[in-house]
Design a protein around this ligand. Structure first.
Ligand code: 9D3
Length: 254
């Protein structure tokens, strides 16, 4: 798999590509990452990549010429490649989109800056538009790294000794149970006795209940999609019955 990243700030990627999971995939020969500096394709004495918006208004817009030429410089995989624009107006990224992308041989990530990219880039070249969530970033670079990170984990061989992405996705419809390591007592707080018992069946049951409890409390939306067996449903009913009802005057907050 190969990522080509178009950006005016290629240096933002160096620490991530050195220390992150994508860097490891590159070292193992599973992934190729090429950084393309859009400014290298800007013309004129000032090499500007942005300009004022037609019609007026605040902020600057990325000019189409440099991005178009940068895209033209990329060798395209004959078996197909996808151009993704990182933009607040895109579909919200999630694990299902990460799986989609992980099946491709070449992904071209275009990082916008300023108020955005000239509309004609989108019209002429972009296959998919992605946002990483409803908050304001200063540009697409961090979003591109988020996508590379989550997609890399899905390439077989990237995670090495760690938990496989298959195991990860198997559980991913629920939040995780609480984790503990040494020491047994920290700041007066003890590790739950059951985790020290060596009774693996009871430990599995405790963890499943804690995962269901957390998901019920924090992300009830996930329970709707989760694969739950009869035992899970029984535990959930017990959790529900132990949760105080929401008083009508506080309905919006609980
Ligand atoms: C503050 C300016 N906004 C209102 C006029 C529009 C705006 C334009 C450009 C807001 C952010 C950006 C830069 N952001 C991205 O390029 C971006 C992004 C994001 O801000 N949030 C979540 N995902 C992404 S992907 C690219």
């Amino acid at each position: 798999m190969r990522f080509d990243v178009l950006t005016i700030f290629p240096d933002m990627f160096s620490a991530y590509l050195r220390d992150g999971i994508a860097g490891r995939a590159v070292k193992r020969g599973l992934l190729d990452v090429r950084l393309v500096n859009i400014r290298d394709f800007a013309r004129g004495a000032h090499k500007t990549t942005d300009d004022r918006p037609y019609g007026g208004g605040d902020g600057m817009v990325m000019r189409p010429g440099p991005i178009s030429r940068a895209l033209g410089s990329i060798e395209r995989n004959s078996r197909g490649s996808l151009v993704i624009l990182l933009t607040p107006q895109g579909e919200t990224f999630n694990q299902s989109i990460a799986w989609d992308i992980s099946s491709l041989e070449q992904v071209i990530l275009v990082c916008g800056r300023y108020e955005g990219v000239d509309e004609r880039i989108r019209l002429l070249f972009v296959d998919r538009e992605i946002s990483i969530g409803d908050y304001v970033l200063s540009g697409g670079e961090l979003a591109a790294m988020v996508i590379m990170d989550s997609v890399c984990r899905l390439i077989p061989g990237t995670l090495g000794g760690e938990k496989s992405s298959f195991e990860d996705s198997f559980q991913d419809s629920l939040l995780e149970y609480p984790h503990y390591t040494r020491p047994r007592v920290f700041e007066g707080l003890e590790v739950p006795e059951i985790l020290l018992s060596g009774d693996h069946a009871r430990i599995r049951g405790w963890r499943r209940k804690e995962a269901l409890k957390r998901t019920f409390e924090r992300r009830p939306d996930l329970l709707a999609k989760a694969k739950l067996d009869d035992e899970d449903l029984r535990i959930l009913e017990q959790i529900r019955s132990q949760t105080p009802a929401c008083p009508p005057e506080a309905e919006a907050d609980c």
